[in-house]
Design a protein around this ligand. Structure first.
Ligand code: SF4
Ligand code: FES
Length: 193
């Protein structure tokens, strides 16, 4: 694969064509926050917390670093007033759903996000899809999936599959940025008794 050069936060980076801006930043130790990204899973690009600013065609644009591929001479800024504002609003929206999430609270502190800015709609799941995708892509099990659409979208365990396999696995639990996944599992266990 060809090597290309781009600039991230003023530093020249050599990267393999086809990798993402997130991977290129990580390769030189620059941290970009992620919520729905997992290195072993297909790129998903749902949460947008990895938003960075890139100059494309001479104009600054906001892109999701976890899905955007590196380009020759691309100029990327991982922190700017616009980037921080975008991440702050995303966090405020997510905190309305999962106000007790430790991971979200830590990010909120870093970006000055106000967890009370939006009216609370606690669903406790931020729909990052990590649990669903990990179970499907890595475990090839599909014990947990999405149900419904739009505002009603939520995750749920498939009782027939979960009862036979989740107890001995639970590998998705630590991936969840909120406590919802474990709570959902405990509930399904209790209902099964
Ligand atoms: S339960 Fe947790 S890991 Fe699963 S989609 Fe919701 S927030 Fe993500
Ligand atoms: S981490 Fe990039 S969109 Fe979620």
């Amino acid at each position: 694969m060809n090597e290309i050069f781009l600039k991230i936060d003023g530093r020249k980076v050599q990267a393999k064509e086809g990798i993402t801006v997130l991977q290129a930043a990580q390769s030189i130790g620059i941290n970009i926050p992620t919520l729905c990204h997992h290195e072993k899973l297909e790129a998903y690009g749902a949460c947008r917390i990895c938003t960075v600013e890139a100059e494309i065609g001479g104009r600054p644009r906001l892109i999701a670093a976890c899905v955007y591929p590196v380009e020759e001479n691309l100029v990327v800024r991982t922190r700017s007033a616009k980037v921080d504002r975008t991440r702050r609003v995303i966090l405020e929206e997510l905190l309305a759903h999962a106000p007790d999430s430790v991971q979200l609270q830590a990010l909120a502190q870093e970006y000055g996000a106000d967890k009370n800015r939006f009216e609370k709609e606690p669903s406790f799941c931020v729909l990052c899809g990590l649990c669903v995708r990990y179970c499907a892509e890595i475990k090839k099990n599909n014990a947990v999936g999405f149900s419904d659409r739009g505002a009603k979208r939520e995750i749920s365990f498939i009782p027939e599959i979960a009862s036979g396999s989740c107890w001995d696995c639970k590998e998705c639990f630590p991936l969840c940025p909120t406590s919802y996944l474990q709570a959902a599992y405990v509930l399904i266990e209790a209902l099964a008794k």
